[in-house]
Design a protein around this ligand. Structure first.
Ligand code: 13P
Ligand code: SF4
Length: 323
């Protein structure tokens, strides 16, 4: 399923946290490596990262880094995007099984069939997709720039949007443009319970509800502010509210607490009260695995040259259009 290849790994025996961090720090210097982490990583991974960001910021960071090695603490499509942007750098993903249901929901052959049914349509794909899907797209977007990019397209341009139907519906609403959407979704954001949210709203009537646009429509309608992970963090910083109900993966709350230690943040449980609001793929990365990948320079992302070339064009277009 995943296109990165693991070779010759020598697992690092488990060590104490302090020792792991000390060894990671030595190796990151020795290898001239940068550690990029998404907000959904475990707090201990966020704490050792050189840079933490949303998908757009992480792509920009990959584009601008002088490091020879990028350790991408996120999921596969993010590390793959970094490799496409920086084909001459080594891009390591601490756990190659860190996938994404949205990317998996959109196999490239089926996507090609879908696109062929709508000739003359402009194809926008959310960055949460495989390199093979990116290569078939005209433009990539993230949750942070999707509305703005769609608004920049000429009014008469018909648009296909993939793979997230929830993000697509929200972009349609915000941009006033009609989108033909692929029907994929994120298994994590789809588990939030409306009932649990309404109970929390009764318990904390003064709380501001912040949601990621991958949430379902009924939850987005109950929200006060919708945006990418970075935008949610920014909102916590600029809002006069003291209490926030967070409708996204709770890893982001770590940075919210660091930035606004006196404010209160409440997670929304999933359906049946489960804690499945944590992304099981994002959480596969651990300090052990970060040290392991820096030691062995593996698992690394490896992509075909032609695929890199084709997938780069719509990413570059996004970076240029969202300046
Ligand atoms: P952001 O770009 O908002 O960080 O989202 C990435 C993601 O995978 C959300 O589930
Ligand atoms: Fe993919 Fe959802 Fe996890 Fe984001 S939270 S990486 S969309 S499975």
């Amino acid at each position: 399923m995943l296109s990165g290849i693991a070779t010759d790994t020598h697992p690092v025996p488990s060590k104490g946290k302090e020792e792991l961090i000390r060894e990671i720090n030595l190796l990151r210097k020795e290898r001239n490596a940068v550690i990029l982490a998404h907000y959904y990583q475990d707090p201990e991974i966020q704490d050792i990262a050189d840079f933490i960001g949303d998908s757009l910021e992480l792509s920009r960071k990959a584009e601008s880094t002088n490091a020879d090695v990028i350790v991408f603490c996120g999921v596969h499509f993010m590390a793959e995007t970094a490799k496409i942007i920086c084909p001459n750098k080594e891009v390591l993903l601490p756990d190659l099984d860190a996938g994404c249901t949205l990317a998996d929901d959109c196999p490239s052959e089926e996507f090609a069939d879908f696109c062929s049914k709508y000739p003359n349509h402009f194809v926008i794909s959310y960055i949460n997709c495989s390199a093979a899907v990116k290569a078939q797209s005209d433009l990539i977007c993230t949750s942070s720039n999707a509305v703005d990019l769609v608004k920049q397209l000429p009014k008469e341009t018909p648009i296909l949007f993939a793979p997230d139907k929830n993000l697509g519906r929200w972009v349609e609403r915000e941009s006033g443009r009609k989108l033909i959407c692929w029907q994929g979704s994120c298994s994590v954001h789809e588990t939030f319970s409306e009932e649990a949210l309404l109970k929390l709203k009764l318990q904390y009537p003064e709380a501001e509800i912040l949601a990621h646009p991958e949430c379902q429509e009924n939850l987005l309608e109950l929200s006060d502010f919708i945006g990418s992970t970075s935008k949610l963090l920014k909102q916590v910083e600029i809002s006069s509210s003291e209490t926030f109900i967070i409708l996204t993966e709770p890893g982001i709350i770590h940075q919210m607490r660091i930035s606004m230690p006196l404010k209160k943040f409440i997670e929304v449980p999933g359906l049946d009260g489960c804690s499945c609001n944590s992304c099981p793929y994002m959480r596969l990365n651990t300090l052990d695995k970060v040290l392991n990948c820096l030691t062995n320079m593996s698992p690394k992302i490896q992509l075909d040259k032609k695929l890199i070339k084709d997938a780069y064009l719509p990413i570059k277009k996004m970076l240029d259009m969202s300046n």
